[in-house]
Design a binder for this molecule. Structure first.
Ligand code: SAH
Length: 211
């Protein structure tokens, strides 16, 4: 299988909705096949989510591109990701921002994400296993936060961990379908943009879903 060609073709298929050249370059560079189980590698560049074990998924590449584009990263940002999963989205963020903090509930996924990111040479990604708190307050505030699991509401804990001007991208809705929301934190008032429908695995924990 020619992964390099398949990767280039995937980016071509994204079309006009993904305009951020840096996002396209990152997706064209990062080997998605290394973030999934070996038996699924022939499907690595299908534009769909794939199982990564423990009932979790690596997100659809187009949705990864759309969410990342909405974060408006230029290079110097500190970014938080909720739901490390395979580590693929974290690798994209590592290409586009200065430092990445990522939180994952399932210790085995956190560990394998750490391993693949280390193997690929990313030294600006910090991963921790989620505890009781939502997010990662120790290193807040963040210029951008991406939540890669479905939330029932726009969680205030995340908004509070943003800088003024910071962007939160989060799928909000029911356990089965959600709308992608971009919230930009304002001095007094936050601004909301809606980016379209999506389907994520549930965010588990305080004011979110039960396991
Ligand atoms: N961004 C991932 C996709 C993650 S799927 C990737 O690129 O592969 C969503 C992940 O969120 C799952 O691994 C799940 O275990 C994790 N998750 C669910 N609730 C969480 C919480 N409260 N804190 C951190 N991670 C959570």
């Amino acid at each position: 299988m020619d992964f390099d060609r398949a990767r280039a073709r995937l980016v071509e298929l994204f079309g006009a909705e993904i305009r951020d050249k840096r996002v396209l370059t990152a997706i064209a560079k990062i080997p998605r096949e290394l973030f999934i189980p070996e038996n699924l590698q022939p499907c690595a560049y299908d534009d769909r989510p794939l199982g990564i074990g423990f009932g979790q998924t690596i997100s659809q590449p187009f949705i990864v591109a759309l969410m990342t584009q909405a974060l408006d990263l230029k290079g110097p940002e500190k970014v938080l990701e909720i739901g490390t999963g395979s580590g693929y989205q974290a690798a994209i963020l590592a290409e586009l921002a200065e430092s990445v903090y990522s939180v994952e509930r399932i210790p085995e996924l956190a560990e394998s994400a750490r391993n693949v990111l280390h193997r690929l040479g990313y030294s600006n990604v910090n991963i921790k296993v989620a505890g009781e708190e939502m997010g990662w307050k120790e290193f807040a505030p963040y210029d951008a936060i991406v939540v890669t699991a479905a939330a029932p509401v726009i969680h205030n804990d995340f908004v509070e961990q943003l800088t003024v001007g910071g962007r939160l991208v989060i799928p909000v809705g029911s356990r089965w379908e959600q709308e992608l929301i971009k919230l930009t934190r304002g001095e007094n008032k936050n601004h909301i943009d809606k980016l379209g429908g999506c389907r994520f695995v549930p965010l588990i924990g305080k004011d979110a879903w039960e396991e």
